[in-house]
Design a protein around this ligand. Structure first.
Ligand code: G6P
Length: 608
């Protein structure tokens, strides 16, 4: 969601800015632009649509002069996607330029005040208020004016700011939305995320909330709003630029699907030592863990679906009540939680605004928050009471796959770890879980081997108008993810239903040819799901069944079957999700969809 880049050095800025924006495309966007200082004025080039429009307009940035600049990919919130609403925005006289990620919540009263003073606006964005305020309050000092203006803003923002009177500086400010500073040799950079600058430097500062960075060619100073210097420590990015490249695959999504055995392996193995699950990242004593009366899980999107799986697993294994909420609902439902409630938040990016705010709400009520996060150093990771990192590596495709799988793996680890502390797991079962952990990556690989079969099924059904996913218990929790994966990248209408609930209304939508994907991996409720399969078949549905190896009777029920290897109940979702991801991928591919950047979606949703 909105990508920011910035460059100050001795090279031409615009080609770097556009290259950086290309690496942030995964965040989702509908327009793009750059601004540079050509020595005489701030020049802005921007266009609605994909980056290729901006690249064509600027000859890949080569016809835009200047060695200082900022760039932006916009994901529209205030004001439709258009050239006028695209960033960078210039102030009235062209003295200031701003790029922004986030939402200025009080932009309306600020705008009214400026309008009363005769300032006119050329866009419908909240961001333009910032740039007009900078010019309105300008007192000759770039830094002082930025401090004055940001203290008037409410909401979330990462800002990259240029001023004609300070041609050798970029100022970066951050509150709520992520922003990093890349440290180079005689050149420095800003960006929303690491991939944008990784081919230039591995050394970064992560800007914290309310910090202001004054970035020059050969220096970076970070101050607070009282102008006190802040000592930042350099973070060295360990992962390789190749991790953020497609590595021979047509799409990031397929690359990331294929990386799942590694993501699960890397997440699980360092946490199994001498046959025991060790989660020493959790800053709670065994007594505190035993004392919890309830578990509260908060997340959005696919991470929420991991939470639904976790509810089934935790309640079954820990015998503690579990509530799971989408973060945007949790915040406003006046939740009943206190210090006896353990909160678990799940987020790939660690920047999702709703999840972050919901976590803060839970913490305010006294709850200890454990965050399961993929992006090291992200906001949620920094603000949580304990952090368990998924070690999935950078995830670029908007539709999550490997991060989802790594999050599931952490849930299993937590279930075994807590179950042991609570005395709910026998030694025999404990050993079995540990041995299943060890074979999980290999079992996932064996499903990936079946991708041609899944592609053939996708070819048969990619023209369907509606696809339903049904299942019971963890199969139901998993069907939520299967359905989301399909609809978000293929745009086929799809719904996930608890198999037993279908007959209470939705079965009326089943007609000849409707595809129903039935998850029948959870052995305890297998027969019941099969009864539901019969119900939909009687009404004309075609069925694709996903079941465990050995359930050969499925051949009598349908010709479309995907068998997954057997494993213990709790780990079934890690296997059954893979064919659904592949199916979604191939269906979208047959439909010719933009798989890595589905319409209207953003990878990291930093607005409420
Ligand atoms: C967006 C992404 C989803 C993701 C959700 C939560 O909607 O497109 O793939 O599941 O945000 O993101 P998080 O980074 O908090 O896991």
């Amino acid at each position: 969601m909105c990508g920011i880049v910035g460059y100050i050095g001795y090279e031409q800025a615009a080609p770097f800015l556009i290259g950086g924006l290309e690496k942030l495309q995964y965040r989702g966007y509908d327009s793009a632009g750059v601004c540079t200082n050509d020595g005489e004025k701030l020049i802005v080039k921007k266009e609605q649509g994909k980056l290729k429009e901006l690249k064509a307009m600027t000859d890949d940035g080569n016809n835009v002069k200047g060695t200082v600049g900022i760039g932006h990919t916009r994901w529209a919130t205030h004001g439709r996607p258009s050239k006028e609403n695209a960033h960078p925005h210039l102030s009235r006289s062209g003295k200031f330029a701003v790029v922004h990620n986030g939402i200025i919540e009080n932009y309306m009263p600020l705008k009214q005040q400026l309008l009363k003073n005769g300032i006119t606006f050329s866009s419908q964005t909240d961001t333009e208020v910032v740039v007009q305020l900078l010019e309105f309050y300008y007192d000759g000092s770039f830094t002082d004016t930025v401090i004055k203006v940001v203290s008037m803003l409410k909401g979330s923002y990462a800002l990259g700011i240029m001023c004609m009177d300070a041609p050798d500086e970029i100022i970066a400010v951050r509150k709520g939305s992520p922003l990093i500073i890349g440290i180079g040799e005689k050149e420095n950079y800003i960006a929303s995320d690491v991939p944008a600058i990784l081919d230039k430097t591995r050394n970064i500062y992560r800007l914290d909330n309310d910090e202001i960075a004054i970035i020059r060619r050969d220096s970076i100073s970070v101050i607070d709003r009282e102008k006190n210097n802040i000592e930042k420590s350099v973070e060295v990015i360990e992962w390789d630029i190749d991790a953020a490249k497609k590595g021979g695959y047509e799409h990031f999504m397929m690359k990331e699907i294929m990386e799942q055995p590694k993501a699960v392996h890397d997440t699980v193995f360092p946490r199994i030592r001498n046959g025991r699950v060790v989660l020493d990242e959790i800053k709670l004593t065994p007594e505190q863990i035993r004392d919890f009366q309830k578990i509260n899980i908060i997340a959005c999107g696919s991470a929420y679906h991991v939470g639904v799986v976790a509810k089934y697993i935790f309640e079954k294994m820990l015998r503690k009540p579990v509530e799971v909420d989408v973060a945007s609902e949790f915040k406003y439902r006046e939740p009943i939680i206190d210090e006896k409630t353990l909160t678990i938040v799940i987020s790939q990016s660690g920047e999702t605004a709703d999840t972050k705010e919901a976590m803060e709400e839970a913490q305010k009520l006294g709850s200890h928050a454990i965050a399961i996060v993929n992006v090291v150093g992200s906001t949620i990771a920094s603000e949580a009471d304990s952090v368990i990192y998924t070690l999935a590596g950078p995830e670029i495709a908007v539709a999550t796959t490997k991060a989802y799988s790594a999050q599931l793996a952490v849930i299993y680890l937590m279930a075994v770890y807590f179950g042991d502390i609570l005395g709910k797991i026998s030694e025999k079962d404990y050993k079995r879980y540990v041995s299943e952990f060890e074979s999980l990556p290999e079992k996932i690989s064996s499903i990936l081997e079946m991708r041609e079969d899944i592609k053939n099924i996708a070819e048969k059904y990619y023209e369907c108008k509606d696809i339903f996913f049904i299942g019971r218990n963890i199969d139901y929790a998993l069907s939520l993810e299967g359905s989301l994966k399909l609809k978000e990248i293929s745009y086929i209408h799809s719904e996930a239903y608890a198999a037993g609930e279908l007959k209470h209304g939705t079965i009326s939508l089943i007609e000849d040819g409707t595809l129903v994907i039935a998850l029948a991996t959870y052995e305890k409720l297998y027969e019941k799901v099969i009864s539901n399969v019969k119900e939909v078949q009687t009404r004309g549905a075609s069925v694709l069944a996903i079941g465990c190896e050995g359930r050969n009777e499925l051949h009598e029920i349908t010709e479309n079957i995907i068998f997954i290897p057997k494993t213990c109940d709790i780990m079934l979702p890690s296997l059954a999700v893979v064919p659904m991801q592949l199916l979604a991928y191939y269906v979208a591919s047959f439909k010719g969809c933009d798989i890595d950047n589905p319409r209207n979606l953003a990878k990291s949703v930093t607005v409420e």
